[in-house]
Design a protein around this ligand. Structure first.
Ligand code: 2IP
Ligand code: CA
Length: 378
C-alpha cells in the first residue's frame, strides 16, 4: 500500500503540472480559454481543449497505475471517456503512448496539427516529478491491488480553473472561489464493499512562489482501513466534540430551505459558500467548515471518493443525505457513500451520481445535529 500511495502522490503531482502548464504556456492557454462555437468551430478539432486536458490527465494516471499494478488496470474509472468524435464524424482515442514523441504525434492529430501545443502537453505528461511525500513511506496496510478500484477526477471545479481568478489564501479561512478550488482527486475503494480506503488530493494552485517562479501546489493524503487511520493533516485543533459552535459550507446554488435551516442552526455568519465539490469537502478536512451539506444529486463518485477517504481517516465521513434522513437509526455506517455499484436505473454519468445528496463531516455528533435540523425541512 505504501507503493500505491507513493505512486498516486506522484501521478497527482504530474497531473498538477499538466494543469499548471496549460495555464502557463501561451499556446496551451489560448486553447484553454477559447470557446469556439457555430461557424468558428474547427470541425477537425476534437471537442474543446478543456475536455482534452482532462482526458489527457486521466489517461496519464490510468497508464501509470495500470503499468505498475496490472491487477488494477480494469478498475480505474474517471469522469471522462477517452473516445472522441470530431465534427467530421472521425473517432479518435486519446491515450498516453510509450514515448513523449509518440504521445506528441497522437495529440497533434486531435489538435488539428498544432505541434507546439501537442509537444508542450506531451512533455508535461512524460516528465516525472522528483519529490514525493516521505511521510507516506513505510505504510503497512493488509490490502492487495486486486481488491481495489480507483476513481479519478482529473480537474474538479473546471469552471474555476478556466476562469483562473487568483486569490491569496489566508491561513484558517475558507476562500469561496478562484484557482485554488481546482483540485486533482484520486480515490481508492474496496471492490467488495465500496468503502473508500485511500485518497490523494492535489491542489495545483495553492500559492504563488514569492520569488516569481509561478504557482506552487499542495497535496493531502489519507488512508483508512481497519485499524489503520492515517492522514497527512492532523485533526483540526480545538475540536468542539459536537459542542455548540457549528459551521457549514454549501454550494451557492443550494435550495433556499436548506440555506435557511442551516443559517438558523449555525448562525447566519457560520454558513459559507464555495465552489467545487472537492474543495468543499477539503474545507471540512482542513477544519475550515464542520460540515458540507448538499441536497441535490449533482456530485459524482469521482468528486467524493478521494476526500471521503481522508475524512474517514480523521474519524468522519460522507453520508447519503436522503438515506440518512429516512433511516430510523439516524446517521451511521450504513448510510456512508460507497463507490462500487452504479445506480442501475440511470444512464450516462448519472449512473455514478451521489443521487441522494450528501453530508461530509468530521464529527458524528455534529452530523447528527445537522440531520436532526434538516428532518422534515426539505
Ligand atoms: C463539479 C464541480 C462543481 C460542483 C459539481 C461538480 O465538477 O466541482 O463546482 O458544483 O458538483 O460535479 P458546485 O460548485 O455547485 O458544488 P467538475 O468541475 O469536475 O465538472
Ligand atoms: Ca468534478
Amino acid at each position: 500500500m505504501a507503493d500505491l500511495l507513493r505512486l498516486l502522490l506522484q501521478v497527482a503531482e504530474k497531473a498538477a503540472n499538466v494543469a499548471r502548464v496549460c495555464r502557463q504556456e501561451a499556446p496551451l492557454f489560448q486553447l484553454l480559454v477559447q470557446e469556439k462555437t457555430g461557424d468558428d468551430k474547427n470541425k477537425k478539432f476534437v471537442q474543446d481543449f478543456k475536455t482534452l486536458a482532462d482526458v489527457v490527465i486521466q489517461e496519464m494516471i490510468r497508464h501509470n497505475v495500470g503499468a505498475k499494478f496490472p491487477e488494477m488496470a480494469g478498475f480505474i474509472h474517471g469522469e471522462e471517456s477517452n473516445k472522441f468524435e470530431n465534427g467530421l464524424g472521425e473517432s479518435v482515442t486519446v491515450t498516453v503512448c510509450a514515448t513523449e514523441q509518440e504521445t506528441a504525434a497522437l495529440l497533434a492529430t486531435v489538435l488539428d496539427g498544432n505541434r507546439t501545443a501537442a509537444s508542450l502537453l506531451a512533455q508535461a505528461i512524460h516528465q516525472n516529478p522528483a519529490s514525493v511525500d516521505p511521510s507516506a513511506d513505510g505504510l503497512a496496510v493488509p490490502l492487495s491491488p486486486s481488491e481495489l478500484g480507483i476513481w479519478i477526477d482529473p480537474i474538479d471545479a473546471t469552471s474555476q480553473y478556466i476562469e483562473g481568478r487568483e486569490e491569496a489564501l489566508e491561513e484558517g479561512h475558507l476562500s469561496p472561489s478562484g484557482l485554488h478550488c481546482a483540485l486533482v482527486l484520486i480515490g481508492v475503494y474496496l471492490r467488495s464493499t465500496g468503502r473508500p480506503v485511500m485518497g490523494v488530493i492535489n491542489q495545483p494552485f495553492n500559492h504563488k512562489d514569492p520569488a516569481g517562479g509561478g504557482w506552487r501546489g499542495r497535496h493531502f493524503w489519507g488512508v483508512s482501513c481497519g485499524d489503520v487511520n492515517l492522514c497527512s493533516l492532523p485533526r483540526p485543533k480545538g475540536e468542539s466534540q459536537g459542542g455548540p459552535g457549528l459551521s457549514a459550507v454549501l454550494s451557492s446554488s443550494e435550495k433556499q430551505a436548506v440555506k435557511d435551516t442551516l443559517a438558523s442552526l449555525c448562525g447566519p455568519d457560520n454558513v459559507k459558500y464555495a465552489s467545487g465539490a472537492g474543495y468543499k469537502i477539503l474545507c471540512v478536512i482542513q477544519g475550515l467548515a464542520d460540515v458540507y451539506v448538499l441536497s441535490e444529486g449533482s456530485t459524482f463518485k469521482w468528486d467524493s471518493c478521494a476526500p471521503h477517504a481522508l475524512l474517514r481517516a480523521l474519524g468522519g465521513g460522507v453520508v447519503d443525505l436522503n438515506k440518512t434522513l429516512q433511516s430510523s437509526c439516524g446517521a451511521g455506517d450504513q448510510t456512508e457513500l460507497t463507490y462500487h455499484q452504479p445506480n442501475a436505473e440511470c444512464k450516462g454519468a448519472d449512473r455514478w451520481a451521489n443521487r441522494g445528496g450528501l453530508v461530509a463531516y468530521r464529527d458524528c455528533s455534529q452530523l447528527n445535529r445537522v440531520i436532526g435540523a434538516l428532518k422534515g425541512k426539505m
